[in-house]
Design a protein around this ligand. Structure first.
Ligand code: SF4
Length: 354
């Protein structure tokens, strides 16, 4: 590591300009803080957080729809636990539960399906959030519901896809990134091919990176080396897990059940083709079509800068509410709620103290 860090220092000195590298994934953001990576890499290499925290990018409207469905008679709303405190326009799922809505936390959608099979008189709606890492599991659960003929189970899919979000960032004139630390978990599913446009079309380097301190430092080294060599390729540092072709079985489960659609990202807006919706043949499992909830049209909190934080334009301490009006105990935006959110990571690891 010492040799790598010395070489990193030498190269950044010769590149003679500050570098802006984006860690796309929230797990990387937290790991970078936890391992103190910022303290050991050259100060000319800035690390920016990206849009890869699924809780942070779930829109106000999607939370409002989930809250609305949770209040319908006979509905059990099933969710991953980290969605409970995400603010909607008026309420979070936590607020709705405290008012009597039947909202249950599950670690696996298969457990929610089991609940549906046990409680036949109720409709179990799974609030399906996450990136390509969780969508195979949801797709497998929907297939299983179909195989077993379960008719009181449905999902509200707000799944997001990483490559279209990166394309949107690269198309945005105010986002300045020299290279991407690409997500390890998502890439175990999709492989490296869906990122090729980053290098071929936009001439930027990317490195799919693991989560240990040594792996992150090596990923940063590989990125800087590409910039130093005037190359732009998509490389795999996390080769112990990630293959170029990804996991074809998982991808085929996703594709059987879902098709791409436009999706709204909190603070960023609508990104074409960046979401997943159930295919026509599975539409009876679509909770929106089944329950048709009324969803209020609430705006996102005006003073929250989550959108700029998620695009690497601002760091959390540059938001006026960071650490004062907005803390993990009393979050204003989703980036402060999730343990993988940038604002939460900056706060937890003391960056607010400067
Ligand atoms: S500190 Fe709070 S209000 Fe500011 S960007 Fe982060 S989540 Fe939003």
């Amino acid at each position: 590591m010492k040799a790598i860090l010395n070489e990193l220092k030498r190269m950044t000195g010769l590149i003679k300009r500050p570098l802006r590298l984006m860690e796309v994934c929230g797990t990387h953001t937290v790991a970078i803080f936890r391992h103190g990576i910022r303290d050991v890499i050259p100060k000319e290499t800035a690390l920016l957080s990206g849009p890869g925290c699924p809780v942070c990018v779930t829109s106000v409207k999607d939370v409002d729809a989930a809250v609305s469905m949770s209040k319908m008679t006979g509905v059990i709303l099933a969710t991953f636990g980290d969605m409970m405190r995400v603010p909607g326009g008026e309420q979070s799922l936590n607020d709705a539960r405290s008012e009597g809505a039947d909202i249950r936390i599950f670690y696996s959608p298969m457990d929610a399906l089991r609940t549906a099979m046990e409680e036949k008189g109720r409709e179990v709606v799974f609030f399906a959030t996450g990136f390509e890492t969780t969508s195979p599991l949801i797709a497998a659960t929907v297939s299983e519901a179909e195989r077993r003929g379960v008719d009181n189970f449905s999902i509200y899919s707000t799944h997001k896809l990483v490559p279209p979000a990166l394309k949107a960032l690269l198309d945005s004139p105010d986002v300045m990134v020299d290279g991407f630390i690409l997500p390890g978990h998502v890439s175990t599913i999709i492989g490296s091919k869906p990122y090729q446009f980053i290098s071929s079309q936009y001439k930027k380097p990317g490195v799919i990176t693991g989560f240990e301190a040594e792996e992150i430092i090596e990923g940063i080294f590989m990125l800087v080396k590409q910039i130093y060599d005037c190359r732009s390729e998509v490389e795999i540092q996390y080769s112990k897990v990630v293959r170029e072709e990804g996991n074809p079985a998982a991808v085929s489960v996703i594709e059987r059940c879902f098709e791409p659609c436009d999706a709204h990202w909190r603070g960023i807006g609508t990104i074409p083709g960046s979401g997943l919706r159930l295919r026509e043949e599975y539409k009876r499992f679509n909770a929106l079509l089944k329950l048709r909830p009324g969803v209020p049209d609430n705006p996102e909190p005006a003073a929250c800068s989550c959108g700029d934080v998620l695009r690497g334009i601002k760091t959390p301490p540059e938001c006026g509410m960071f650490g004062s009006a907005c803390t993990p105990e009393s979050p204003v935006g989703a980036c402060m709620v999730s343990t993988e959110g940038s604002c939460s990571a900056y706060y937890k690891y003391g960056a607010y103290r400067g």
